[in-house]
Design a protein around this ligand. Structure first.
Ligand code: FRU
Length: 534
């Protein structure tokens, strides 16, 4: 395969638009394009998420460099400082001390010349292994990212580079010895690095996207890397592999932690287009080995909705916290550049904690919303047992409606074929979140959710298998202005969807079809905006 074909393959499969974006020289005397709002930014635009991170304006994709340092959660992300579609990739930066109230910090690592700054990770170099530390001040932070070089109109190369900050993440300097790691395959990207204490070394997972491989490298100084092992092809290989991450997650009900390798697939994921798969296994400091039977069960999907991609975990979360935390790009490469929002495009999911739980005898990755989000809850509304259906009942009289909501509802399906909630409901539109008894699955139906015609594949009904062993289904639902995230049975299955309803569609109702069902209990909260005080 020639360089051209592989580069074109990347272009085609990744859906990233034209790769040969001309480099932009930055003129330091005038404000950068990012500092000038192209339109009025209110954070109250009709589709503007109220408790999900979005940039003020312009295009965003993957989360990058998620790292905790000195009481602050850092969130970097793929960003086009110049426009509302993919291009001029740079790392934009935001921080929060509570994983909820994000402060925009501006572009941290900009595109320069023929080099775009693609996805990667960030670490805190406590022991100053790379030598970027100054001896005083906070421990250096080091970003490890992919330099995407445009060589000519039809050839590119990708190699790994470093940038560092010695002031706690405020300012970043590209390392003069960049790049630090190259490969003969020009498609070689998305380094995810963590400190492996038992071996006193850094470990990097990185994708060879068109080969469906993850490579594992080691280093003692972040600058010199050697290949240790490879994983793949395995599981879903219907598209390219991107953004791998190897990390440990707590096993529920035990003190143990389980190694997980998450790898993204684009396209070919469960809900169409881009999505994430995972493998549970062991890691001996050199090689990731999947659990027995794991490959036969593959692909195992992280999220059954279409809008969950490029997830990476937070590095350096204190041991006293003990959680494995992550968030993902809440969009899909299939239609992501056409979603009807302006002057920004894309959001990140809510932060989630990741766990392993044994369900029906098989350990499985589960996700839960982080507890920190509970601070956004307004006065609770609680409904007790009632019969639902057949048919649908608005909850307006119970005081439940809105465009930014958290709802926890428990159902007994009884003789109903489907039971659940409609959210963001108006006269002619609604998003349905329910349980389907015939297929024993939870589903989200956004076919009639509002504006769906901007792309032919957007209107969808997506389902995840679930087993209702005790005859009950619990749905934990987060509704924001343009999204619905569903955590079913305490995160055993998760579905993430973007929706674009009219502002006046703020109704919530309960429904049962084909029979009647029982509501066991429902708790609902309006959620406060994280942008309220800006
Ligand atoms: C995933 C991805 C990465 C790449 C980045 C470029 O969405 O394609 O593989 O580094 O986006 O923006």
């Amino acid at each position: 395969m020639s360089l051209l074909v592989r580069a074109a393959g990347f272009l085609l499969v990744s859906g990233l638009g034209l790769l040969a974006v001309a480099g932009c020289g930055t003129d330091s005397s005038s404000p950068s394009p990012d500092e000038q709002d192209t339109e009025q930014v209110t954070f109250d635009e009709p589709f503007r998420p109220q408790f999900h991170y979005t940039p003020r304006q312009h295009w965003m994709n993957d989360p990058n460099g998620l790292v905790y340092h000195d009481g602050t959660y850092h969130l970097f992300h793929q960003y086009n400082p110049e426009g509302n579609t993919w291009g001029h990739m740079s790392w934009n930066h935001a921080t929060a001390d509570d994983l909820v109230h994000w402060q925009h910090q501006g572009v941290a690592i900009p595109e320069e010349g023929n080099e775009m700054i693609f996805s990667g990770s960030a670490v805190v170099d406590e022991n100053n292994t790379a030598g970027f530390g100054t001896g005083n001040g906070p421990a250096p932070m080091v970003a490890i990212y992919t330099s995407h070089y445009t060589i000519s109109d039809d050839s590119i190369n990708q190699a790994q580079s470093l940038a560092y900050s010695t002031d706690g993440g405020e300012t970043w300097t590209k390392y003069e010895g960049n790049p630090v790691l190259d490969h003969p395959d020009p498609d070689f990207r998305d380094p995810n690095v963590f400190w492996y204490a038992p071996g006193e070394k850094w470990i990097m997972t990185i994708a060879l996207p068109t080969q469906h491989k993850v490579q594992l490298y080691e280093s003692t100084n972040l600058k010199d890397w050697s290949l240790m092992s490879e994983f793949g092809p395995a599981g879903g290989t219907g598209g390219i592999w991107e953004c791998p991450a190897l990390f440990q997650v707590p096993v529920e009900g035990t003190d143990r932690r389980q190694w997980v390798l998450q790898v993204d697939l684009n396209p070919g994921s469960i809900a169409g287009g881009s999505g994430g798969q995972y493998f549970l296994g062991s890691f001996d400091g050199t090689t990731f080995t999947p659990r027995e039977g794991e490959l036969e069960r593959a692909p195992r999907w992280v999220d059954y909705g279409p809008d969950f991609y490029a997830v990476i975990p937070w590095n350096n979360v204190p041991e006293s916290d003990g959680r494995a935390l992550w968030l993902a790009w809440m969009n899909n490469w299939e239609y992501g550049e056409s979603i009807p929002t302006s002057p920004w495009r894309s959001a990140q999911t809510i932060p989630r904690s990741v766990h392993v739980r044994t369900i029906d005898g098989t350990p499985r990755l589960v996700q839960r919303p982080v507890e920190e989000l509970q601070q956004l809850r307004e006065t609770p509304v609680q409904l007790q047992e009632r019969t639902i259906g057949p048919g649908s009942t608005s909850l307006a009289d119970d005081g439940i409606s809105g465009r930014a909501l958290e709802i926890v509802a428990e159902f007994e399906p009884r003789d109903a074929e489907t039971v659940g909630l409609a959210v963001r409901e108006g006269e002619t539109e609604r998003t349905i979140v329910g349980y389907d008894a015939e297929t024993d699955s939870v589903f989200v139906d956004r076919r009639n959710s509002g504006t769906v015609d901007f792309h032919e594949s957007f209107a969808s009904r997506d389902a995840a298998p679930i087993s209702t062993r005790d005859g009950r289904v619990r749905l934990h639902v987060f509704v924001d202005r343009s999204s619905v995230e569903v955590f079913a049975n305490d995160g055993a299955r998760v579905l993430t969807h973007r929706i674009f309803p009219r502002p006046q569609s703020d109704g919530v109702s309960l429904f049962a079809e084909g029979g009647s069902a029982q509501l066991v209990r429902l708790d609902a909260w309006s959620l406060r905006s994280i942008w309220a005080n800006r």
